[in-house]
Design a protein around this ligand. Structure first.
Ligand SMILES: *Cc1c(COP(=O)(O)O)cnc(C)c1O
Length: 467
């Protein structure tokens, strides 16, 4: 899309609406001189050059990418008005849009129509709300999550004064069902958090098998889909995207576990991770609308023009950007979930599988696991764990510092015993290389990424050997 053109259209339209309220003079205290603005803006944009090129497929490090330009236009248009979705009167149109986009997320995840949900400022608050409802509904019991779950679950359980424990993972980073069963038998666990895509390696807990186990013991189930929730789009039985017949085929996608999310009690999902949105957009959904009673508050500031539910009455956060709802609404209007966003995510899955296949053939690098989502991790092949660690670090730095063709990866720490080749564990932990392939452009860029990383790793290994 022509960003400048549509941005100008959006600004013109909002300003035309604002002009209908009649002219008024801006207060002198707010006026700025054009040359001063230009100079300050120059300094500002110069400082922004200190970022890594998150927009480019050569950046394949952390979970970072710019929003879709449509989301920026949608955000800016509403931001000029600055509605607050805390209350219906704070922004009637963006509050309505929030309800519409939450309905779309609900349908995508297979939750029932009466689901209660709202947007949040991110996954942290979405998960906090789920854990808080868990505490209110199972007050005498604690929370269990996998050892690979996001650290927010332990930290927020502490904030809430909830007992919490980590359940061991299998070799692929998924919650171990035997360990979960043992914890449930203890009676300590009132709520189980299952992750549909861990932040580290995109591992998907065995949701379809864990839910019946949790139900046997009367435990609540919360799904942390902050990163991976949107991949539910690719899990339909009659999927137009037809992953199994796509060229090249998408192997190892745990569709049954994404379908099983529909059976959970709550789900957190971040449109600002895989929903093409700028930061400040998470979401929480609750299957049972009766949990709304926990949110009751009595505020003298409440607005009274409508009997409809105010979003502020079902949210722990007070002020929230209506612009975030507007941006997501416009994005989904242009790139509908199944047909639009689904194709983006499918390309990311294919990119991870394509790179995994190249790594399996490599005599220099070895993949740590077969990817379930779009995150891969791999290690330079060396005879000792300390040599693997040193080569990973050297490769990482050399690629990033290359002035003509830099490549940005991330480092990831694992136990030396998990390395996928014979290797002396002379140190307990090693850093390996990790790559989040969350841009669809990564698919065609994978051969180049692989060639560059393999070359740098080969150089690092021989430099370290001869040193
Ligand atoms: C990113 C992430 C979170 C935290 O969400 P924020 O949006 O960063 O607040 C929680 N859980 C998982 C699995 C995540 O990937």
């Amino acid at each position: 899309m022509d960003f400048q053109k549509h941005l100008a259209e959006a600004i013109d339209a909002v300003q035309a609406w604002q002009a209908e309220a009649g002219p008024f003079e801006q207060h002198p205290s707010l006026r700025l001189d054009a040359s001063v603005v230009t100079e300050a803006l120059g300094e500002y944009t110069e400082r922004l050059r200190g970022n890594y090129p998150f927009h480019h497929p050569r950046y394949a490090g952390q979970m970072l990418k710019p929003p879709h330009p449509a989301a920026v236009v949608g955000y800016l248009a509403a931001q000029l008005i600055n509605p607050n979705n805390h209350a219906l009167d704070g922004g009637p149109p963006t509050s309505a849009m929030e309800k519409e986009v939450v309905q779309q997320l609900r349908a995508m995840l297979g939750f029932p129509e009466e689901t209660l949900g709202h947007l949040t400022s991110g996954g942290t608050v979405a998960n906090l709300e789920a854990l808080w409802v868990a505490r209110e509904s199972h007050p005498s019991q604690g929370v269990a999550y996998s050892a690979a779950a996001h650290y927010t679950h332990g930290r927020m359980s502490d904030v809430l004064g909830l007992a919490h424990e980590a359940i061991a993972c299998d070799a692929s980073g998924r919650m171990d069902l035997g360990a979960l069963a043992a914890a449930l038998r203890s009676g300590r666990v009132g709520t189980v958090v299952l992750t549909s895509g861990t932040t580290g390696i995109g591992a998907v807990d065995p949701i379809a098998d864990a839910i019946p186990l949790c139900r046997e013991h009367g435990a609540r189930v919360h799904i942390d889909g902050a990163y991976g929730g949107f991949f539910a789009l690719l899990a339909g039985e009659q999927n137009d995207l037809d992953l199994q017949h796509s060229q090249p085929p998408v192997l190892g996608f745990p569709a049954e576990h994404f379908r099983a999310i529909a059976e959970a009690d709550s789900v957190a999902i971040d449109p600002h991770k895989h929903g093409l949105q700028p930061y400040g957009c998470g979401a929480i959904l609750f299957r049972d609308p009766a949990v709304g009673r926990f949110y009751r508050h009595d505020s003298p500031y409440t607005y009274f023009t409508s009997d409809d539910l105010h979003l502020g009455e079902i949210s722990l956060e007070c002020s929230r950007a209506g612009a975030a709802a507007g941006a997501l609404w416009l994005t989904l209007r242009l790139l509908p979930l199944e047909a639009g966003l689904g194709s983006v995510l499918a390309a990311c899955l294919r990119a991870a599988r394509a790179w995994h296949a190249l790594l399996e053939e490599s005599d220099t690098l070895a993949p740590l696991y077969a990817p379930e989502l779009d995150i891969i991790a791999f290690a330079p092949r060396a005879a000792t764990a300390s040599a693997v660690d040193a080569a990973a670090r050297t490769t990482f730095d050399a690629l990033m510092d290359d002035a003509s063709d830099p490549i940005f990866l991330s480092l990831y720490r694992v136990e030396a015993s998990t390395l996928p080749f014979p290797c002396e564990a002379d140190v307990p932990h090693v850093r390996v290389l990790r790559s989040v392939l969350m841009k669809p452009e990564h698919e065609s860029f994978v051969p180049h990424l692989h060639a560059r990383v393999e070359g740098a790793a080969r150089a690092a290994l021989s430099a370290n050997t001869s040193a």
